[in-house]
Design a protein around this ligand. Sequence first.
Ligand SMILES: NC(=O)C1=CN([C@@H]2O[C@H](COP(=O)(O)OP(=O)(O)OC[C@H]3O[C@@H](n4cnc5c(N)ncnc54)[C@H](OP(=O)(O)O)[C@@H]3O)[C@@H](O)[C@H]2O)C=CC1
Ligand SMILES: N[C@@H](CC=O)C(=O)O
Length: 805
Amino acid sequence: MKLLKFGGKSLANGKGIKNVIAILSEKIKNKEKIIVVLSARGDATDELENLLELAKSNCNYEKVLIQFRKQQIEPLTTLNVDQEFDLLNRLLKGVQLTEDYSQKIKDLVLAQGELLAVKMVSALLNNINIKCQVVDSRLFLKTDDNFGNAQVNLVTSKEKTVKYIETIDADVTPIITGFIASNITNETTTLGRNGTNYSASLIANFLGIKAIESYTHVDGIFTANPEIVSNAKIIKHINYNEASELASFGTSILHTKSINPLIEDGISLHILNTFNKENEGTLISNHQTARSIKSISVQEEVVLINIIGKGIIGKKGIDARIFSNLSNIGVNIGIISQGSSERGVSFIIPKKNKAMAQKVLLNEFKHEILKQDIQAVNTIEDISVVTIVGQHIGNFASCLDYLKQNKINILLINNTISGNNISLVIHKKEVKKAVNVIHSQIFGAIKTMHIAIVGKGTVGGSLINQLLVSKAKVLNRKNLKLNIFAIAGKEKILFNKNGISDNWRTSLQEKENTLDHEKAIIAYARKHHLENLVLIDNTSSEDFVNYYTSFIENGFDLVSSNKIANTQRYFQYKTLRESLQLHKKNYLYETNVGAGLPIIDTIRTLHESGENITRIKGVFSGSLSYLFNSFSASEQPFSYFLKKAIELGYTEPDPREDLCGNDVARKLLILARELDLKNEFNDINIENLIPESLRKGDTKQFLVNIEGIDTYYSAIKNKLADDYVLRYIGDLSGNLQEEKGDLQVKLVAIPKNSALGNLTGSDSIFEIYTESYKENPITIIGAGAGAEVTARGVFGDLLRIADKK
Ligand SMILES: NC(=O)C1=CN([C@@H]2O[C@H](COP(=O)(O)OP(=O)(O)OC[C@H]3O[C@@H](n4cnc5c(N)ncnc54)[C@H](OP(=O)(O)O)[C@@H]3O)[C@@H](O)[C@H]2O)C=CC1
Ligand SMILES: N[C@@H](CC=O)C(=O)O
């Protein structure tokens, strides 16, 4: 024999009630022996409560009652419900006259919800020739007089239940009301909210039924609320102890009170979805599961009370006074925190008890408050308790670190003595982010990086497209979801918290111009509780780097192809690093020097391992490499190749930044600073390759007069000896153990058959001389510029940051 319990949402009009009848008729036709327990249909309990309130306030409840009746007789409008509605009418009239009602009246009114539900389901089954009988549980579930939350007399109720059910013919299915019972004088009582689950557990226990199927509107118990964590998973099987833990920490489909009768009699409870026949649901039984389950639950509607004062330290009896006073007024206390040297006690109570608790405490401690021994009894609202059930504190350190990295402020932390549950008190606005962060950390589930990309030109545009093309593969291989939630150019921003799509260029174009990109991006991420934030700077803007610290302070890691932040004044460079350290944030910029080549990583590894780097020399500019390689081997003028280099995406947004040597100088300075040298940009000796007349004016003007550059370069070429080529090199030398190195950027003529002379295309070459490698430098060679290789380098930095999470 099985007991089937259906919740209110399952019994609501439309698909719900249809599915319930289908489930029941299939089982009965298959000769399964079942007993059915029902809740009130849909929101009937709330609606009946609302009717009481309307009547109490002397409002016109009749119209609402007519509407309620209409709902309750769907889908069988011929159902006779006169008895229930005559009673409701009389009761509500009385309430209207007296402008008040007792809990006893309320129980009688609410009971009509369950009575109507069993009447409807029985009638629908009878209509399809299934024998069933309406059963009013008030006839056998006996309670005390505590209306609204009555205590069941287990012995009497068991005896009466068994006797009553025996009177029903074996081929008739009992359809029993949940939630309602009666006292010794047969007055209607109720078993508290979610009482139907309790009724079902008790009836199964009394009748020796070993299995309950509890039909709800959800697929079962999840590792976290699926409305908060999109990739939360169903927990297929848990044992009673784990279920009790989940129930006491706020998992809404379980209630401790309902689990106890199951444990006592080894009754399994299968949570199933009325609306999803295929789903396996969650089975709760006494079988030991292989490993302790983990599930994250959230308790809302709580407040944190802090009692603060120097007079509390070491004083005996303070705690006893707090807790006995609250217990006297029936307030349940949750997490308690009291540091040995802290001047205060903090604890969680239900929000509804806030005013009452504060009043009682202020009164209890009025003398201490007067003497200033207690400075404040304050309340922090808008908090939630996030509990990780089945999580040991010993393995939680990385999760805490991860929460900190995501700027989640933990007000209190608490673990149970068994060490298997951890509760965190956090601000309500951070709950969504916190639960997602914890979920991805403890379940190794899909981790989502939320990425804002500023700069959507040559490099930025390629990066966005690479990310869109590769994101499915990355998800597959690394369980990592790359979600671009913002794209910005100079003037416009496009946001989409679920990730921008392939037509981002058109969508961005259609946006209004905005100011303050930084503020808008931070506000958007905060509003949508986005975790694992990364800001990617693909501009060459000097202004935008000023916002880096603000992004860091607001929980963003940084990736940048823009070289400006690393080549500002040394104190600014240092301040940025201090901020990164303080906020435990990462800043990766591999593309700053070698585009897609791994220069910074190599130099940093050598340096950090103690290897003395003595010199770094090479052709650092992909565009200039391309220009000199092509120009030397051709009769075309220099400007012809310069235009091609711009087209190919090798140059800086203003190509004069390459030609004047600034770009190479920046790369050189970035490398020097990786070696802990404190050079400033001004310290670099730079040979400028732009004729004086073309240095002034903006990029547009320069491009109009671009041919003006040709005579200058033809003259240089004409002076070049045979078998020599031109190379624009960066050279970091001197004593690199000192505070500053010697930084030179210059044009040199070198033999064609040397390492530097042999370069082709837009290749760069970096020669790294060290004490161990002596005269044979480590050489890194490859494409030194270009949209695709640089974007790939930025992509690599992003994945490196994801790996650190
Ligand atoms: N090209 C290469 O091979 C390499 C380039 N880099 C670096 O990559 C960066 C980007 O270069 P590239 O893509 O060629 O440049 P582009 O000129 O093609 O793109 C620059 C982008 O930055 C945007 N932008 C400029 N200023 C701002 C601002 N203040 N706020 C927001 N957005 C802004 C522009 O917006 P809008 O579109 O609205 O004009 C544009 O989308 C540079 O710093 C460069 O040094 C690094 C290594 C190699
Ligand atoms: N303009 C740069 C691009 C990479 O930083 C270059 O030419 O190397």
